[in-house]
Structure formats: C-alpha cells, structure tokens
Design a protein around this ligand. Structure first.
Ligand code: LLP
Length: 385
C-alpha cells in the first residue's frame, strides 16, 4: 500500500540517498484532485519548500498544481521544472529586492505581503519597472495549532504576518498605492496539523475578518488558507494518503466563500512526505554497555527532522528478516542529537544492511546540509532505479 522499495535495485547506489516512489506521489495527487474537483474555485499550490527535487516537481506540475515559493531560488527552481509563473504565490517574511524583482519580471500570480515596509518596497520596485504587483496580505490570525512549537506560525507571538488589528490600515495604504493591487488575504497557522478543529478555527476567523472588511466596503478576490495538513508518521505503510477528504471538507463546510472568490491552499508535507524514504547503510553494529547501536551512514545532515523537532520516522531494515532485537539507530556525526530513533525493534541487523527511514519525502532532502563536509544526498525516483 505504501512506498515500495526493491532492494536489489539499490545495489551499487551510493548511500545515503533519497528514494521517491512516483506511484505514491501520483496517488496522492489524484486524491487531491478527487477532493477538489467539485470546486472550480479551489486552487492547490504545492509548497515547494517541502521538496524541490526536479523530478518530484515535474510529476507535481504534470498534475496541474500551482506552486507556493518562499525565495527567489525556489522561483527559479519551479520555473526550471516547468511550472507556469502565473501559478506562483510568493510568501516570506523577508523578501530581498532581487527576489521581488524576479517575481515582478516573471509576472507571478501573487505576492503574499507580510509587513508595511515590505509593501512599500514592492510598490517602489514595481513603479520602477512600470508594473503592478498583485498582492495579498498575510494576516496573523492568532489561531494556535496542535503541533510542535517550532512549526507553529499563526500565534500573535510569531514573527509572521500582519496583526489583525492593523489589517484595515494596511489595506487602505495598499489601495492608495499605484503599483500594487490588493486582492485578498493569506493565512498559515502551522505544519503537521492533524486536528481538523484547528483548520475549523482558522475558517471561522477568516469569516469574521471578511465580515469586518465587507462592513467597510473592502472586498476580496482571493482567500489563501495556507497549508499545514499533517501525515501519519507512525503508520506510513498502511496509511500513505493524507486525510484530504476531511481537510477540504473543513473549508467546504466552514468557510463562507463569496461569489467569484477563489480559495487557495498551500500544501507541502501532505503532497510529498509519504512518497520518499531515506536509504542508508549500516556501517557498524556496536554493543554499548547498556544499548545496542546500529550506526548508519546517514546523519542529521541528511535528515534533520528527528534532531530538530524530535520527529519520528519509521525505520525498516530492507536486508534482514531475522528475529527482532532492540537498537538505537544513530548517525556518524559527532553530536548526540545525531540519533534517528531509540530503543526500536528491528530484525537482527548486520553491517552492510540497508535501512529505510520512511515518510522522508517532505523536509528531508531539501533540508540537508554539508556540516562535517559531508556530501549532500542524491535523490532518485523509481523510474531511475
Ligand atoms: N505556506 C506557508 C506560508 C508556510 O510557511 C508553510 C510551511 C507551508 C505553506 C507548507 O506547510 P505544510 O503543508 O508543509 O505543512 N521543516 C518543518 C516544517 C516547516 C514548515 C514551514 N512552513 C518540518 O520538517 O516539519
């Protein structure tokens, strides 16, 4: 049901590497299409920050999704993958001038603006170029999300977006500018959210804000609800497709969409997490005084999520089906946080075995670093191996 891996095909490929099952990716994209097809005003933009591997991007582009970028580098990458510029939304709390220029030159769909100083700079650069930038304001809705503190973004204390109390002021300011066109509002409350109540709270907050704006004769074409839908890291093999049905039903049932409005989504993790695995080789099995360690050739430089967020990735041994034993699975980097999991059961593990860390398609390869002068992992699809 979940990601399929043929270990014979992995022979001779330098580890660690990322492996992407394009069948799972396509099934995921089909599920999104299925749940959104009855709404011709719903637009799903894939949040490329989750995974910018060109081969993965090409499959997503073929499915017709739009795209959500947070840097000029991401804009360049998605254009290379073939995404049309007019499907790009561009968010980010600190856009540099060259990134704004790139967005204007390529005529992207929309800038999600996060502050007055940024609005002024966009207006100024657009004026210089004789262009008009389409903008939405990112509003901080002060809606909490039941997820890890590092990936909660919609609270008043977070650095993101414009405070609700300042909303009218910034909109009026934009309406008085010649080179920006105000089109709507953007929100994002966090990531790896599994409780639909959090999205319901966001939908209700958007309704409130929209009523408030309409009372002042401010109307919008675009409502962008951001991303954040979580995936099942515990049972990726039996539950590989995220709960798109309930997710889109939240907005269908709770968001009061006005005639002519379009609703935009920015899903990252939910699109790509379950199609990817990090494949790593066991270099040593070491008996410590109280523990048994499987020391693998991948480290937090290849997959930082366990070290950074205490994230859990299911680990399976692709090479052994012997009786299970208990292991800590650790990497080679000289820091204790370079631990993928502790006290887990794996079939008896040997030097040379291949392990797969599942659900690693999102925020895996893209967050790899060269710390310790380590090589960046390659990413391959099933079509190549
Ligand atoms: N839109 C905005 C404005 C965002 O900031 C994000 C993610 C997304 C969309 C996509 O969220 P998703 O659907 O993937 O939850 N590195 C962390 C996740 C950071 C998410 C940052 N923003 C992790 O590995 O869990």
């Amino acid at each position: 049901m979940g990601i399929e891996m043929n270990v014979e095909r992995f022979a001779g490929i330098r580890t660690p590497f990322y492996y992407y099952d394009t069948n799972i990716l396509r099934q995921t994209l089909d599920a999104i299409k299925e749940e959104t097809k009855k709404h011709d005003n719903y637009f799903v933009h894939y949040a490329v920050k989750a995974n910018a591997n060109l081969k993965v991007l090409q499959v997503i582009n073929e499915a017709g999704l739009g795209i959500d970028c947070v840097s000029g580098g991401e804009i360049e990458q998605v254009l290379k993958a073939g995404f049309p510029a007019n499907k790009i939304v561009f968010a980010g709390v600190g856009k540099s001038d060259w990134e704004i220029e790139l967005g204007l030159d390529k005529e992207i769909f929309c800038f999600n603006v996060e502050s007055i100083p940024e609005l002024e700079v966009i207006n100024e650069i657009a004026a210089r170029k004789g262009k008009v930038a389409t903008i939405c304001f990112r509003i901080n809705p002060n809606v909490g999300a039941h997820t890890h503190a590092h990936i909660t973004t919609g609270l008043a204390e977070n650095k993101f977006g414009i405070a609700m109390e300042d909303m009218e002021k910034v909109i009026r300011l934009a309406q008085g500018m010649k080179n920006v066109q105000f089109k709507g509002l953007h929100f994002h409350i966090g990531s790896q959210i599994l409780e639909m109540d959090d999205f319901i709270a966001l939908a209700h907050r958007i309704n409130e804000l929209q009523d408030r704006l309409e009372a002042q004769d401010i109307h919008m074409d675009i409502i962008n609800v951001g991303g954040g839908l979580g995936v099942d890291y515990n049972n990726p093999q039996s539950n590989p497709i995220p709960n798109f049905k309930d997710y889109f039903a939240v907005y269908e049932q709770h968001l009061k969409v006005r005639p002519g409005q379009t609703v935009h989504f920015e899903l990252g993790r939910a699109v790509v997490a379950q199609c990817g695995a990090l494949i790593t080789k066991v270099n040593y099995v070491k008996q410590g005084s109280v523990k048994q360690f499987a020391i693998v050739d991948a480290g937090f430089t290849d997959l930082i999520r366990p070290a950074l967020y205490d994230a859990h990735h299911r680990i399976i041994n692709l090479s052994s089906n012997e009786k299970e034993e208990t292991y800590d699975v650790v990497g080679p980097i000289c820091e204790s946080s370079d631990t993928f999991d502790k006290g887990i059961q794996l079939p008896k593990t040997h030097r040379g075995d291949l392990l797969a860390l599942l659900s690693a398609g999102a925020y895996g390869e893209i967050m790899a670093s060269g710390y310790n002068c380590r090589r960046l992992p390659e990413g391959y699809t099933d079509k190549e191996l």
